[in-house]
Write a protein that binds this ligand. Structure first.
Ligand code: MN
Ligand code: MN
Length: 303
């Protein structure tokens, strides 16, 4: 079923997914918390990585979305396997380093770990933000192509900060779609996965699109689905998503990982990659390949 050609392509798509996530984060952060009409009035169509925004970023600088995903990736690579404790330790060290941004639910969960070693946040019906879904990519790479391992790891990492059934459903669905795209799945196949989520949780239905792009994971996923399935290339998917405003760095990061996985490295505009922080991109390229190397896919089929 798998051969060397597949493995090269899978590595390529894994790197593209991680780079796409960082690009979506850096692009969207400039217009985070603006409305779609404010963006249109100021930029027409916003489509360049310029930094700025409410966080006063440097051009190409990433935020918590990419940084938390890297915390998970580094923990897996350093442990050569799954260690929730190692992930929590990396989150704690990251929070202490005074990151440029950190969501309230993430901060609450990380503080609970720092205070009493808690690795599971208590269930909370209000913790349905997108903070667990935005960092799912390293889990999808590490668990390739094992759906059970994906689910276990996706939920464990999510519950460090977000313990909520709607967030859980989004994390697992997004992880499955990423794995499908990385293994070369067609958009119609990915669409079935998104429709399946909406069948189990009707709140995720994204047609007709309501135009909401807040940090509520339902709004976030509807925005990503709408623009990912409508876009004809990586750039269209991302530009549509971030011009919706709201939590634009996070919708951008999630759409970027999905579109990166789907369109591959060749699909990512060079003018965007060139604008990114070189150190971040170098680390991303390294951990993406290492996560795939640690996955059951490589151990079972190539090991
Ligand atoms: Mn962010
Ligand atoms: Mn955000």
């Amino acid at each position: 079923m798998f051969n060397q050609y597949n493995l090269d392509e899978i590595r390529d798509r894994a790197r593209a997914a991680f780079i796409g996530m960082a690009i979506g984060d850096a692009l969207g952060a400039t217009v985070e918390f603006m409305t779609a009409s404010e963006i249109a009035a100021k930029y027409g169509l916003f489509m360049e990585i310029t930094g700025g925004g409410w966080l006063r970023l440097k051009p190409g600088q990433v935020t918590d979305d990419t940084e938390m995903a890297l915390c998970i990736a580094r923990a897996i690579v350093a442990s050569q396997g799954w260690s929730l404790e190692a992930i929590a330790r990396n989150f704690a060290a990251w929070l202490k380093s005074r990151p440029v941004d950190c969501g309230d639910t993430c901060r609450k969960g990380i503080r609970a770990y720092m205070l009493n070693g808690a690795l599971v946040s208590p269930p909370n019906e209000w913790d349905a933000g997108n903070g667990a879904a935005m960092r799912i990519l390293p889990v999808a790479l590490y668990s390739l192509p094992d759906a059970e391992l994906l689910k276990k790891c996706a939920l464990e990492q999510a519950h460090l900060t977000h313990n909520n059934p709607v967030s859980d459903a989004a994390c697992v669905c997004l992880g499955e779609m990423l794995q499908l795209a990385i293994c070369g799945g067609a958009k119609t196949r990915l669409r079935r996965q998104a429709d399946g989520l909406a069948a189990r949780f009707p709140t995720f239905a994204f047609e007709p699109y309501r135009g909401l792009a807040s940090g509520y994971v339902v709004d976030t996923m509807q925005t990503v689905f709408h623009w990912f399935f409508r876009g004809r290339n990586f750039e269209e998917c991302l530009v549509g998503t971030v011009n919706q405003g709201g939590d634009a760095d996070t919708t951008g990061a999630i759409c970027g990982m999905l579109a990166g996985a789907y369109y591959g490295l060749d699909g990512i505009p060079r003018r965007w990659t060139k604008r990114m922080d070189k150190k971040v991109i170098a680390e991303i390229e390294d951990v993406s390949v290492q996560l795939v190397a640690a996955s059951p896919l490589v151990r079972m089929y190539y090991g």
